[in-house]
Design a protein around this ligand. Sequence first.
Ligand code: AMP
Length: 391
Amino acid sequence: MPPVAVTSLDLRGKKVLVRCDFNVPLEGMKIADPARIDASLDTIRYILGQGAAAVLCSHLGRPKERTPELSLKPVAEYLSGALGHKVALAPDSIGDTTGRMVADLALGSAMLLENLRFHREEEANDRDFSHELARGKQVYINDAFGTAHRAHASTVGVTRFISERAAGMLMLRELEALRAVTENPAHPYVAILGGAKVSDKIGVIRNLLIKADAILIGGAMAYTFLKAGGTPVGRSRVEEDKLELARELMAEAARRNVALMLPSDHVVAPEPAAGPEIEVVRQIPVDRMGLDIGPATLARYIECVAGAKTIIWNGPLGLFEIPEFAQGTLKLGEAIANLHGVMSVIGGGDTAAAIAGQPWAGGFSHVSTGGGATLEYLEGLELPGVKALDV
Ligand code: AMP
């Protein structure tokens, strides 16, 4: 059952605590990509339009204490522009001054609490901190899908003190997209998994082996599978302690008749860096490392997704941060974005970052704002931040 929607509550005249995911990438004190803020704007505008006051809160980065460089000030400025009124930044997420600002906040307007993680109590899901966060607010809305897999004070603890609660529109869109690719997905169902480590994705692979028709593997994790199957991988990144597991997963795929596809050619280099020695090979030499899928693999993967009705993708297919090793990820992304009649979901994190800004990036059914939360959902785990919205 999806959680209660923000649109089903009576918000008029109330102070609404809205947990957002404003954990945006920063360049100095500037926002490098505001996508996560933009994704919550419809929820915020809806709340304000109902004649309520919105007290927005979020974490930014991973501070353990007050860290000026991780202030939400740039986010408050961005929100002021986007909402068309000054969104004041409170000096803290709790305390007397913040409490007075909340009390004085006019209906129809929004303010922002300072970075929740300036208090260790946030991640500890501390009871007193949760109580303080809830003070002066009558309704709680969680729109932070990207943090829904964490049981923190602002995602779980606070719900003990605010009985009127619901999911925001972004949260509902995210859950609906993931539901569509996990419950009765249309077949053929193709999953694409890349990224650094097999160990992060074991649960997801196991779960997808039950549901998908094909799993296309890329990224560094492909080399653990290739090595496990006896293919030489040179100096590529391999998780030696996961070779047995990789063999087990390949055997399970064969038993279940799931096509577990691995790269057959590679973009290699002596180091994970751009340079004159980059080349495409079928056999990785002992002194080279695989840093992207090669063109023949790309063509096989494109052919596979072209026949799909459902596609879920989590993890880049190469070291995409370096343009020379981003082509596999970008070309497969473009091919999927141009497909018609397919449900295509990009599972947040690095995959979303890799495709951000591309002219075709709007061609997917859904691009999630949450990498870790998507993975946990795909593993079949319950997200604590969603569960806590149950009333
Ligand atoms: P993850 O967080 O597990 O999704 O991993 C993403 C990271 O894996 C990105 O920083 C990629 O640059 C990196 N990555 C992908 N493919 C490779 C590769 N072949 N060798 C080294 N790193 C890679």
